[in-house]
Design a protein around this ligand. Structure first.
Ligand SMILES: [Zn+2]
Ligand SMILES: [Zn+2]
Length: 218
């Protein structure tokens, strides 16, 4: 089964499967802004590029250790994404989004370079690189070459992710004993950092567009 751990090692979370349900590289402003904020609070260095390796797993996991060291934050008021982090070392462990319908969570912990946050996983190759429109020009030019089909580089949300989304939700699961919602309730909700304009003043989010597209296709 896939395991995620934080940099300091107090938190370990095991998924009940080793395969991710989807994987892509997310270049959206919000993902990197969240990792930037966590780094500012003492967390690990964010990835070199605003293009974050992201894998989705079922919302069904076991907190092997460190449940009392987990906190949650959102980039801004009414954000769609809640990110769970280690309160000791500020590694961002995984995220939940309203469109995930309690079935899946996303982890980007494998994108950290200074420790191996995602282990024992069998990952598919990244299926898309999306939200490249959020990248500053010089970053776009400096990005590592996309190895996949050029058609799977998207300015906004990835079409192939949206096409797979219903099947991914179908393959997901809300764990009976532990899941993102149970954990959030135990934490007492997500906090919202105050006065961080980098968090709150980004372009329209992946998550908003994702939610709109899901609503539109329903
Ligand atoms: Zn930690
Ligand atoms: Zn993102």
């Amino acid at each position: 089964m896939a395991t995620i751990t934080c940099k300091c090692g107090v938190v370990q979370i095991d998924f009940h499967t080793k395969n991710d349900l989807f994987r892509l590289e997310c270049c959206c402003h919000d993902c990197s802004a969240a990792l930037w904020y966590a780094n500012k609070r003492g967390g690990p260095a964010l990835p070199e590029y605003q293009c974050v390796d992201s894998s989705w797993f079922p919302n069904d996991f076991k907190i092997v250790k460190g449940e009392d060291k987990l906190g949650a934050f959102m980039n801004f008021e009414n954000a769609d994404t809640t990110r769970f982090y280690c309160t000791d070392c500020w590694s961002v462990m995984f995220g939940d989004h309203t469109a995930y319908a309690t079935k899946i969570v996303v982890t980007q912990v494998g994108a950290y370079k200074e420790f191996k946050g995602l282990r024992n996983a069998e990952l598919m190759s990244p299926q898309a690189r999306h939200f490249v429109k959020d990248l500053p020009k010089e970053q776009l030019a400096a990005l590592p070459t996309w190895e996949g089909d050029p058609a799977n580089v998207y300015q906004g949300v990835a079409d192939n992710w949206m096409a797979r989304f219903p099947a991914v939700l179908e393959a997901g699961k809300a764990g009976m004993e532990m899941n993102a919602q149970i954990l959030l309730a135990r934490i007492g909700g997500a906090f919202i950092p105050k006065g961080e304009t980098r968090l709150s003043e980004g372009p329209p989010t992946l998550m908003q567009q994702l939610a709109d597209q899901v609503a539109g296709s329903a």
